[in-house]
Design a protein around this ligand. Structure first.
Ligand SMILES: CCCCCCC/C=C/C(=O)SCCNC(=O)CCNC(=O)[C@H](O)C(C)(C)COP(=O)(O)OP(=O)(O)OC[C@H]1O[C@@H](n2cnc3c(N)ncnc32)[C@H](O)[C@@H]1OP(=O)(O)O
Length: 302
């Protein structure tokens, strides 16, 4: 891939993302008798965080209607809230789920990667990398409660979790469908998939941009369990309860041992990956493909 575009990569946003967002996590920690304890509900506009009834567990719900596309704002809020959970030692496990009926996440926000300028593409891609790195290397136990469609970046987000529970509804599908949009899943998307379903299945799934209905997703190992739609979250919570029985220290070191080499692949060349993305996404032919895809999505209603 030609590396032609050279862009300044803004670091302001993601080094201290909270500096550019009004932090609406009111009541996150309140001093009680000199001890900090978690209060009932926190989070931000697009990412709600609620402690579950089981001690040590939180539910993180994405609320970015209509389709939970991964806008720059949603990505930033996700990282902020995850960091808060990581820092609050009362939490050991998190369920990730969606507030948008029938949709877990539509993946990257196409309006962030279409018709913008190179500096914006760079800032956005850095946020996507950050989301992946933070989730993939999280010390917390993460369980995805996939209660709807889960294409591309939505699928990637779920693949960073330690376990995936999906609604058994044939209307929903999950997969890395990038090639259908005329774009290429980057190597770290590919690595995450290979680590989950193996090389041969990934090769086929990535080339064909396969979106697997739940039964096939279970067969190929992309999800771990299918349950009726109204039991997705409760099942995710009961899976977490089982994982909580494992001593944290041993589990965390094991997770890190399994995942760090993959994460290092990106950590070693983050800037190069951003330059690659910007130069690829700025091509006229790629912008045309994305515009046509967006237009098709928008026409569906008409
Ligand atoms: C080296 C370079 C590498 C480049 C790598 C780039 C990696 C990219 C990863 C990605 O994630 S790209 C995004 C891929 N996502 C998709 O293909 C999903 C597209 N969306 C859908 O299939 C459907 O919307 C849905 C999620 C199945 C939901 O269907 P539903 O019928 O319920 O809703 P819609 O009417 O289709 O959509 C409502 C509304 O939302 C807009 N929209 C949908 N998806 C996106 C999106 N990803 N980004 C931005 N906007 C999206 C859609 O256009 C509709 O808008 P309006 O018509 O209401 O304006």
């Amino acid at each position: 891939m030609a590396l032609t575009a050279v862009v300044r990569i803004p670091t302001r946003a993601l080094l201290r993302p909270w500096a550019r967002l009004r932090d609406s996590a009111l009541g996150w920690m309140e001093p009680v008798g000199g001890v900090e304890v978690s209060t009932q509900r926190f989070g931000s506009q697009r990412v709600l965080v609620e402690p579950a009834s089981a001690a040590g567990v939180a539910v993180m719900t994405f609320k970015n209607p209509p389709v939970n596309s991964l806008s720059l704002e949603l990505l930033t809020e996700l990282v902020i809230n995850l960091e808060k959970l990581e820092n609050d030692k009362t939490f050991r496990g998190v369920v990730l789920t969606s507030d948008c009926p029938g949709i877990f996440s539509a993946g990257l926000d196409l309006t962030e990667i279409c018709g913008r300028n190179p500096a914006h593409y760079a800032e956005y891609w850095k946020a996507v990398q950050e989301m992946w790195l933070r989730l993939y290397l999280s010390n917390l136990m993460l369980v995805a409660a996939i209660n709807g469609a889960c294409p591309a970046g939505g699928c990637l987000m779920s693949l960073t979790c330690d376990y995936r529970v999906m609604a058994d509804n044939p209307k929903y599908a999950i997969g890395l469908n990038e090639t259908l949009l005329g774009i290429v899943a980057p190597f770290w998307f590919k690595d995450t998939l290979v680590n989950t379903i193996g090389h041969r299945a990934s090769e086929r799934a990535l080339q064909l941009g396969l979106l697997f209905p739940p039964t096939e997703a279970l067969q190929v190992g992309m999800v771990d369990r299918l349950v009726p739609e109204d039991q997705v979250q409760s099942t995710a919570l009961s899976v977490l309860a089982q994982w909580m029985a494992i001593p944290d220290h041993a589990r965390q070191l094991t997770k890190n041992m399994m995942r760090k080499p993959t994460a290092d692949g990106l950590l070693k060349k983050r800037d190069e990956d951003i330059q690659n993305f910007v130069s690829f996404i700025s091509r006229d032919s790629i912008q045309k493909s994305l515009q046509m895809y967006l237009a098709k999505l928008r026409q569906k209603k008409g």
